[in-house]
Ligand binder design. Structure first.
Ligand code: 13P
Length: 249
């Protein structure tokens, strides 16, 4: 089986001003004491990306954007291009987060175009998929996720790869998580789909779990097969909590 370096990514969402950079300094100090056994990524708001990247880099923490436009530049007021994220120090970008899909009407097609833009700029897209509660209740969770995967992943990608994040919408910010068996089943399904479409590259792609991951449940979730890391929202905002999750790897 392909060996996949675990990845713990923090998604700060629309949280954090200059003051929050102190948390990154705290995290850097903790990581200096014991090297993490995973890649650590922080995706702050775009306003903090450049300053945060400068603080994070010496500590081996990498950074990412939370979204990018599919175009390289142009008349898109308020948007940020993948190249701009690179310019601000990013190596990753989250695309297709359920909050973008819901609040901004992003479709699988939009997400795929953003992934292509990210890859062309040299970023690793963290492509998010996940079902709503009513879709799960209706027994459609796997079908929904497979459709999202089919539509959102570019047909091919360069050597630096892609990352998939499975985030059940009903588990985001709610304190609720699927059972370990349900997470295992979905991650196995995603792995099979990636392998059947992309062969060895699919076998080597990290699949993250996201949705109410916290210090108290991280170890249990991270030991499930085909869970190669986590995409962490609320618990990534404080250095102590995020470090505890990183240490659970
Ligand atoms: P929470 O960890 O706050 O549930 O958020 C998960 C998430 O949406 C990460 O992208």
């Amino acid at each position: 089986m392909a060996s996949i370096t675990p990845l713990i990514a923090g998604n700060w969402k629309m949280n954090g001003t200059s003051l929050a950079l102190g948390e990154v300094r705290n995290l850097a100090a903790k990581l200096a004491e014991s090297a993490p056994r995973c890649t650590v990524v922080i995706c702050p708001p775009a306003t903090l990306l450049e300053r945060l990247s400068e603080i994070a880099a010496p500590a081996g923490i990498v950074t990412g954007g939370q979204d990018c436009h599919s175009a390289a530049s142009g008349a898109h007021t308020g948007d940020v291009s993948a190249q701009m994220l690179v310019d601000a120090g990013a190596q990753y970008v989250i695309v297709g987060h359920s909050e973008r899909r819901t609040n901004h009407g992003e479709t699988d097609e939009t997400v795929r175009a953003k992934s292509v833009a990210a890859l062309s700029a040299g970023l690793i897209p963290i492509i998010c998929v996940g079902e709503t509660e009513s879709e799960r209740d209706a027994g459609k969770a796997e079908a929904v996720v497979l459709t999202q995967l089919q539509g959102s992943i570019p047909a091919e990608w360069p050597g630096h790869g892609i990352v998939i994040a499975y985030e059940p919408v009903w588990a985001i910010g709610t304190g609720r998580t699927p059972t370990s068996a349900d997470i295992a089943q979905m991650h196995d399904t995603i792995r099979r789909d990636l392998e059947s479409r992309f062969g060895e590259r699919g076998a080597a792609t990290a699949i993250l779990y996201g949705g109410s991951m916290k210090p108290s449940n991280a170890a249990e979730i991270l030991r499930i097969s085909n869970v190669n890391g986590g995409l962490v929202g609320g618990a990534s905002l404080l250095a102590n909590d995020f470090h505890a999750i990183i240490s659970a790897v």
